[in-house]
Design a protein around this ligand. Sequence first.
Ligand SMILES: Cc1cc2nc3c(=O)[nH]c(=O)nc-3n(C[C@H](O)[C@H](O)[C@H](O)COP(=O)(O)OP(=O)(O)OC[C@H]3O[C@@H](n4cnc5c(N)ncnc54)[C@H](O)[C@@H]3O)c2cc1C
Length: 411
Amino acid sequence: MAAIAEKIPEELEQIGDAVEAFCRAEVIARHQTNHALLNDPRNTYREDGRFVDDVIAQIKAVRMASAKAGFYNVSVPEDLGGAGFGMLAYYTLLERIYRVCGAHNWLCDFVVSHWAFGPSPVLSQVTERAKSEILNGMIAGETIMCFGMSEPGAGSDAAMLKTRAVKSGEGWKISGRKIWTTHIPIADYCIVFAITDPDRAAKKAGGISTFLVPTSAAGVTVESIIRMHGHIGGNEGITVLEDVDVEPWQLVGELHEGFRIGLFGVSMGRIYNSARAVGLARWALEMAIDYASQREAFGNPIAAYQGVSFPLADSATEIHAAHLMGLNVAQLLDNGERAIKELSMTKSYSVQAAVRAVDRAIQTHGAMGFTNELGLHDAYARVRQANVADGTNEILSRTIAQRLFKGDTEL
Ligand SMILES: Cc1cc2nc3c(=O)[nH]c(=O)nc-3n(C[C@H](O)[C@H](O)[C@H](O)COP(=O)(O)OP(=O)(O)OC[C@H]3O[C@@H](n4cnc5c(N)ncnc54)[C@H](O)[C@@H]3O)c2cc1C
């Protein structure tokens, strides 16, 4: 039980217990039964780096089972077909999922919908026609989407994107290139960011719009899969868009104001990454404590040596701080505050604390720490990449500093 003064509401604790049971039955058991398929990259990926069909089917099965059990859409607004719980529920469930599953039971990524692949408040901004065409499948976990903002020349400074949506009849034709798009190889739809008013975009005063594009649309090609972390395949891709026709019903939010959708989504991504970081850090710390209590060297369990136990004490301290920050910012968001500074602080601190905690857990395990079976190396890759995705640590520091110098000095 976490040492926190203001307890998490009983209802959320109960949902947490239920999601833990779900993870054991639907995620961990699947990884045990299908170990060779899911945890041996030689079987997980095709020659071209994509997931094999059986892996895609396992991912879909977890999404759909979770949707049926009521976890997948836990923080999706009720009018979209979700349970309508807020960010505190989202945070606590995700933290629990990663604490239980670790990094190597990676199907857990699909237990709770993330705005960049499943239903989220972002879908409130799609048109009624889009809702009628996509909502049922998305809510059921049957179909998924992805989020195409970054481009080869536009990362942190996303407004530098070059993809254009040029007026054509009632609609537009989109052309450009997207990179790092997570889930594009398996997604049914992509939310594509494109310039619709070059003058405004050049002045960084709007001019970017967001469109819901089926990945099966003519002109959409996943050019290649990006291999990362030494893996032989991956789930991030580079996509080329060539004169892709879109109609007004595919617009997400207001014309020229698509950047707001990005900022809104990225905020949810920051809560997600904060929770995942704390969950994985706790999982790694618990493994390190167990191992240090059992492993003997020089006549004692290695936990007897302060060189081993003090770094773990540091991890515990940092995880506790990150967890409190996460619970606090989730509640601020639920209270209707934007909490820009606090969310930036929480994401940045949590992912950095997690890198340190997983690194210390690897060190505690000696050579064992590098084995595939323990998953610590996977966890390290994941928390390390979260120091870049959804706002790099430096961009978050920049945001915090901007807020401070605008007078937002309340801490
Ligand atoms: C695992 C993963 C998944 C991703 N998934 C998606 C996705 O689904 N969809 C999508 O659109 N994108 C996705 N991204 C891309 C992600 O949004 C970008 O990586 C991120 O915005 C950073 O951009 P960049 O990688 O181009 O780095 P750059 O912006 O080129 O930055 C390079 C370095 O310069 C630093 N830097 C830049 N500007 C400043 C500044 N003003 N002050 C100080 N330092 C600065 C950065 O912090 C960084 O250290 C993903 C990235 C990763 C790692």
